[in-house]
Design a protein around this ligand. Structure first.
Ligand SMILES: [Zn+2]
Length: 415
């Protein structure tokens, strides 16, 4: 089994390297934005979108042009990768996986990527890495890099520089240690409820830090822009942001690791987080309902990182030899796992489930998880190929298409 893995370390650049990295990230942003502006212009004039090769040709022109000759100071591969990212942003947009590409701003995900392993040297013994036009960079060596180096991304977060080393290696097809199957119901009051009754509290890291963040932002807005005090205030805002991110990542990793180690098959609702997190306000023709409540829910969903959680579950299960099944979410909270009766009356309160057909009682989230597990078993038994696919984004279309199959070939209790 081919295993792709990224190893991330904090860099310890000297002043010169730090200035260079800022410059390179800026050049990549410039190229990305210039490419995007150009594509928009072509579209407005009714011309066809330029492909990656066409954009790369233009990049050469820009690097030779006196007006933007400073681009030639940056390594060429990362600049091309910026154009590749733009290509991907466009295809994600056309495939309805993402919104229309936006211009990049300074200070938001400053990064650049070296795609060619031949130009990179990794010296783990001395905790240093060689990157084109930057030379040898020291990094905080916290663990060994395994596998063959594929590419390297350098990024800036809250004033610190990081290097992420992507590798590939052949590992033995793992045999799952666990044998159990479990369903997961994702929620706002409980982050995740398992069909065996265990549950994980909500993270709400953002809420906890929200006040601190707001105060820091207000303090920053009172300072004169670009003054020393403004810079200090800005650094504080960034620190709170990164603390929130760290706490969230830590929580998600711990939770997804625990679940993937304890179970061989995990069934999860195929929620489209992106649609749910879309503007709840709707359009002028179709104004959204419950706008305030929905945007509250949306904020919680994003805050808790459901997407990231599913992504982690997917690859961690694969590493353990297990698998993730994404199932259609309809009626999972309203069907009785005992007699199959479907009714909104089954769920009198948010927390309590009581079947009006047979009287079965349980916690509503556990009932949801049980239904998701049952559906996962059916999906697996029917041979529907939604298992190893990416959760959410990629599989959604598949499971929607396959839902009728499920209903006709299986004795579906959700109907
Ligand atoms: Zn019942």
């Amino acid at each position: 089994m081919q295993r792709l893995q990224a190893f991330k370390y904090e860099l310890r650049p000297d002043g010169q390297q730090e200035r260079q990295m800022r410059r390179f990230a800026g050049s990549c942003r410039f190229v990305y934005n210039k490419g995007l502006a150009l594509q928009k212009e072509r579209y407005a004039q009714g011309e066809k979108k330029l492909g990656y090769a066409g954009l790369c040709k233009l990049l050469t022109e820009w690097r030779n042009n006196a007006e933007s000759a400073w681009l030639a100071d940056a390594p060429v591969h990362p600049l091309q990768q910026a154009l590749k990212d733009l290509e991907r942003a466009y295809s994600n947009f056309f495939a309805k996986r993402a919104d229309f590409p936006r211009f990049k701003k300074k200070g938001q995900r400053d990064s650049f990527r070296y795609p060619d392993p031949k130009q990179i040297k990794l010296d783990q013994g001395n905790s240093r890495i060689f990157l084109p036009k930057l030379g040898w960079l020291r990094y905080r060596n916290s663990r060994e890099v395994l596998g063959a180096l594929k590419n390297v991304t350098v990024s800036l977060n809250a004033g610190k520089w990081f290097v992420s080393i992507q590798t590939e290696r052949e590992v033995e097809q793992p045999v799952p240690q666990a044998t159990t199957a479990v369903g997961i119901d994702m929620g706002v009051t409980r982050f995740a409820t398992l069909s065996d009754g265990t549950f994980y509290a909500p993270l709400n890291s953002f809420k906890r830090h929200e006040t601190a963040l707001r105060k820091a932002q207000q303090a920053m807005s009172r300072k004169t822009k670009f003054s020393n005090n403004w810079k200090k205030a800005k650094a504080r805002v960034q620190r709170i942001h990164s603390r929130i991110g760290n706490a969230r990542r830590d929580f998600l990793h711990k939770t997804s690791t625990a679940i993937s180690q304890n179970h061989a098959m995990v069934s999860i609702e195929d929620l489209q987080v992106r649609n749910m997190s879309r503007s709840a306000a709707g359009t002028t023709e179709q104004p959204g309902r419950n706008v305030r409540a929905k945007s509250g829910l949306n904020k919680s969903i994003l805050d808790q990182g459901w997407f990231e959680f599913r992504r982690q579950l997917d690859y961690k299960l694969a590493w353990q030899g297990g698998w993730l099944v994404a199932v259609p979410p309809q009626n999972t909270s309203r069907s009785c796992p005992c007699c199959g009766h479907v009714s909104a009356d089954n769920r009198q309160t948010q927390a309590r489930f009581e079947c009006v057909g047979c009287g079965y009682e349980n916690n509503a989230d556990v009932v949801g998880a049980l239904n998701i597990l049952a559906r996962g078993h059916r999906v697996a038994a029917c041979g529907e190929d939604v298992s190893r696919a990416r959760p959410a984004r990629a599989t959604y279309a598949a499971s929607v298409k396959q839902e009728p199959t499920e209903a006709t070939h299986c004795d579906s209790m959700s109907q």
